[in-house]
Design a protein around this ligand. Structure first.
Ligand SMILES: Cc1cc2nc3c(=O)[nH]c(=O)nc-3n(C[C@H](O)[C@H](O)[C@H](O)COP(=O)(O)OP(=O)(O)OC[C@H]3O[C@@H](n4cnc5c(N)ncnc54)[C@H](O)[C@@H]3O)c2cc1C
Ligand SMILES: *[C@@H]1O[C@H](CO)[C@@H](O)[C@H](O)[C@H]1NC(C)=O
Ligand SMILES: *[C@@H]1O[C@H](CO)[C@@H](O)[C@H](O)[C@H]1NC(C)=O
Ligand SMILES: CC(=O)N[C@H]1CO[C@H](CO)[C@@H](O)[C@@H]1O
Length: 430
């Protein structure tokens, strides 16, 4: 297609990557972002192999960013018993790039730097979109300005204001039953403790699994920080309940109490916790459509496929959206046809990844008992029945070996089995 003028609403990881992918193809992009400046939201992000390759091809310099290369996903039970290592030794050779642990603020900085040097991308901060004309297409901002384009991409996140209008009926995000604590602890006290040191020096993403909760930890910023995500059910969360979507807090006493009977590693990480962010995890079932019937306005990223963080895929799926969108605009002669192909290509894949985060949620939060024993047994084999997503090499290839630029029919694997008993009574949605 000829070069287009594109408006992108939202400069999160999804919006920024989309600007880069489209500008790399010669389109001219304006990004509208409501916040005045990017907040230094302290947390890690896991960047899988194809994501880092795509970003690099769009001019994002990840070389300069302080990061770790993941050795893989390690699974340990709450008593401290190691159950499984899904090693990523083969990732670089097999999928063409390493799997990184990056500080979210560092990733945003790298994306903004790449956007800043591109002559055909304009990033406008402090600019809130308040209304859409889907047919023009055009948007109006809170200051009364009206901006028109050939194409509008809405990458406005989990709270997307435009999604309901695009889907055709109102969408309320659904509570998943869990809250997430996003914690950064300094690495120095871990390095000084012989029992904890390996967590920083061996860059595994360690998953500790136990009753109604799990914790994930990995090192960040060249071993200066250790990132911890703790996910627990509302029912067993001893902290203050969360009303809106997130909150910052400094008191760790309830975390220490919640994990008092877990293995020493988890107890020590809770004790080292200073200020943290607490998130309510919400999602919703698959949207009817991602593209407005006008064929000129489309959703992208968390706005259309929010998911639990349990597969570390939210941002990666937004990156794939950006790549596929660029590819369809290249392959088709008109915008509605390109957007229809984008939706057809992306919706089933993102929905499958999202459903898998719910499956993993069930397996990660079991009480000790027959289903936990069955899980530990199933975890040993490279087989589709393995509850751990990456432990089955077919699924791992499907996830990491995907070329989002290639427009061809894809097969969607079967879902792994789910436990016969759920800690989310009556809430199993697959
Ligand atoms: C605890 C946790 C851990 C996670 N870990 C990982 C991980 O390891 N790996 C991974 O891949 N993903 C992870 N994710 C998911 C990932 O953070 C998200 O999927 C990703 O950041 C979504 O990007 P986005 O650009 O779609 O949305 P957002 O980042 O939400 O960006 C939306 C942007 O739009 C702007 N905006 C909204 N409305 C308007 C408007 N009207 N006008 C102008 N601007 C507007 C907002 O200010 C915001 O900047 C995690 C998520 C959580 C909660
Ligand atoms: C920017 O856009 C103009 C007009 O479409 C185009 O001629 C030029 O090659 C683009 N620049 C880059 C770096 O893509
Ligand atoms: C999207 O809209 C359709 C009807 O237009 C509705 O059935 C569906 O539930 C909506 N999706 C969500 C996630 O609410
Ligand atoms: C864009 C990109 O880098 N895609 C690659 C993803 O991984 C597969 C498997 O290694 C490659 O074939 C793609 O080229």
């Amino acid at each position: 297609m000829k070069p287009l003028n594109v408006l992108i609403v939202g400069a999160g990881i999804g919006g920024l990557q989309t600007a880069l992918s489209l500008a790399a193809d010669g389109h001219t992009v304006v990004i509208l972002e409501s916040v005045k400046q990017f907040l230094e939201v302290g947390a890690g992000i896991r960047v899988p192999p194809n994501s880092s390759r795509l970003s690099r091809s769009w001019g994002v310099d990840l070389e300069a960013v302080k990061k770790e290369t993941s050795r893989g996903n390690r699974f340990v039970d709450w008593h401290g018993q190691r159950l499984l290592d899904c090693a990523f030794d083969d990732v670089s050779a097999r999928y063409g790039a390493p799997y990184y642990f990056i500080h979210r603020a560092d990733l945003i900085d790298a994306l903004v730097a790449a956007v800043g040097v591109h002559q055909n991308i304009t990033l406008r901060m402090d600019t809130t979109v308040v209304a859409y004309d889907f047919d023009a297409p055009a948007v109006s901002t809170s200051t009364g300005e009206c901006l028109a384009a050939d194409l509008v991409i809405c990458a406005d996140g989990i709270k997307s204001a435009v999604r309901s209008a695009i889907n055709g009926s109102a969408i309320e995000p659904v509570d998943t039953g869990d809250v997430a604590y996003r914690i950064l602890v300094p690495a120095a006290p871990l390095l000084a403790d012989p029992e904890m040191r390996h967590l920083v020096t061996n860059a595994w993403a360690v998953h500790w699994m136990g009753p109604e909760g799990h914790a994930v930890g990995y090192p960040l910023r060249g071993g200066q920080l250790y990132n911890v995500i703790i996910d627990v059910t509302h029912d067993t969360d001893l902290g203050r309940p969360i009303l809106d979507e997130w909150r910052s807090e400094a008191d760790n006493t309830h975390l220490v109490a919640r994990f008092a009977d877990w293995c020493p590693e988890v107890r020590k990480l809770c004790a080292l916790t200073g200020t943290y962010l607490k998130w309510k995890l919400v999602d919703f079932s698959q949207l009817q459509r991602w593209v407005h019937p006008s064929g000129r306005v489309a959703l992208l990223g968390d706005a259309c496929h929010p998911m639990m963080p349990y597969l570390a895929q939210g941002a990666a799926q937004a990156t794939e959206d950006a790549a596929t969108l660029a590819a369809t605009l290249r392959a088709y002669e008109n915008i509605p046809a390109a957007l229809a192909a984008y939706e057809a290509q992306r919706k089933p894949r993102a929905a499958y990844v999202a459903r898998n985060t719910r499956v993993l949620q069930e397996w990660l939060h079991l009480y000790d008992g027959p289903e936990q024993k069955r899980r530990d047994e199933l975890m040993r084999r490279d087989h589709p029945d393995n509850p751990i997503f990456w432990a089955n090499s077919e699924r791992k290839d499907w996830l990491f070996g995907h070329d989002a630029m290639l427009l061809q029919p894809q097969t969607i694997p079967d879902l792994p089995p789910v436990p016969l008993e759920s800690v989310y009574k009556g809430r199993m949605v697959f």
